[in-house]
Design a protein around this ligand. Sequence first.
Ligand SMILES: Cc1cc2nc3c(=O)[nH]c(=O)nc-3n(C[C@H](O)[C@H](O)[C@H](O)COP(=O)(O)OP(=O)(O)OC[C@H]3O[C@@H](n4cnc5c(N)ncnc54)[C@H](O)[C@@H]3O)c2cc1C
Length: 449
Amino acid sequence: MESSMPGVVYPGNIASSQPKLTGAHRADVVIIGAGLFGLTTALELARGGVDVVVVEARHVGFGASSRNGGQVLTGWRWSQKDIVKRFGKEQGQRLFDIAVAGRDAVKQRAQDYGVWSGGSMTIADKRKHESKLRSELDFDQSEHHYHGAEWLDKKEVEAITGSPVGYGGVRDLGAGFIDSPAYLKGLRRDALAAGVRLYEESPVVRITPHDGARGIESPSGVTIHTPLGHVEADRWVVACNGYIGKLVPRLQRRVFPFTAINSVTRPMPPDAVERMKPFWEAGHCVTGTNFSVNYFRPLAGHRLGFGGGEIWQRQGTTNVADATRILTKHFRYQYPHAARLLEDEGCFEHVWSGKIAVTPNRLPAIGAQGSMHYAIGFSGLGIAITAAVALVVSKHIMQSMEHTSTFDPAKARDDHALLSTMSRSSFPPLRWTVELAARIYIAQDKFGS
Ligand SMILES: Cc1cc2nc3c(=O)[nH]c(=O)nc-3n(C[C@H](O)[C@H](O)[C@H](O)COP(=O)(O)OP(=O)(O)OC[C@H]3O[C@@H](n4cnc5c(N)ncnc54)[C@H](O)[C@@H]3O)c2cc1C
């Protein structure tokens, strides 16, 4: 266990297993960041015959990828109803297929690694969310022929979760959750076996692109520098998400920095265990519909993996006390009975936090410029989506390098164009919400409140 920020610990730390980058190296592609997006992209490229180096500042999964709630959900941050409204039927179907392919890739791998638990529930926190959720489910069933999900009414939801919260919800048996640190260890093993050269404890401190203003079809490469070495490559991928800092300022400017909080609770007291019996039996993860979302899952020993609450990073560093206070509020809302029983000793065994990057429209920003490829701003929903985007980005890179024996290059180009168009599109209500929040935090910065 290790401090992720002052005084905040997280479980499942993945120790470095690979050397630091020293001296001069060359590769077809260099990837900066070994979270879910960077490692999955590296694996896909290496399996396609591309020579890949991954350079990670700390260790595999140091960022959000090992700190998350493990929920592998179906779809994007927008409902498919909104996606189809915005992009039309055909593109909407393609976007749905891309998201499902990402989810299924994670699921398949997690099953191989023995770290998959099936089933997720999305529960309407407010009465007004119920009809919206229900109509989105109807839409997915009728428009996309998605029959992995079903509607549960308020009583059914309560009977499963043992929580008084919720006005009905969707149970999706195609979705589920993973043990993220264990999943990342499996991914690291696969990437190394596929020939990926991975360097840990090697922060990239400087980037020298060689291509100036040239287009993606004629890039002339990059040199990335770490304190002890450098890598020259034809292409580079930025996979730093919320941890990007000032490394690539034009990407950093595209996202708002949030901190998300997560925990493992103490074992539930016997009375709460009894009330929640069906929850342990069902073994589903749960997500709410509030903006500052609660998400939780059953863990061994009648504990919950429980997350809730997001904080603007500019508001200051999150310490254990602040994080615990925020989380306790969320836990009391969800499980008032258990929270009361645990109050004296405290509700949580471990509390930790992680950085997420949020875009104005809450869809990841995906693109290519010169020899650089990037995906940033997974907006707190990134396990299935990082895999979906990695599949598209890796094919797009291979298509531009003419490594196309295993897929249709035109489709690879079209999918990448579709994702980068999607990421640039605005959706007024969402943009308005996030921009308002941004104004508030800028004002707080100014006036020190
Ligand atoms: C508390 C929490 C709960 C979450 N819960 C869920 C959930 O249940 N379901 C879900 O779908 N999503 C969830 N998410 C979001 C999800 O975890 C992220 O979207 C996803 O992990 C992003 O992956 P990534 O690889 O893009 O970024 P990260 O995992 O953040 O990886 C970025 C990496 O880049 C490295 N890096 C940064 N700068 C440099 C540099 N200069 N040189 C070298 N390396 C560098 C960092 O060290 C880091 O390892 C959650 C996130 C958090 C924080």
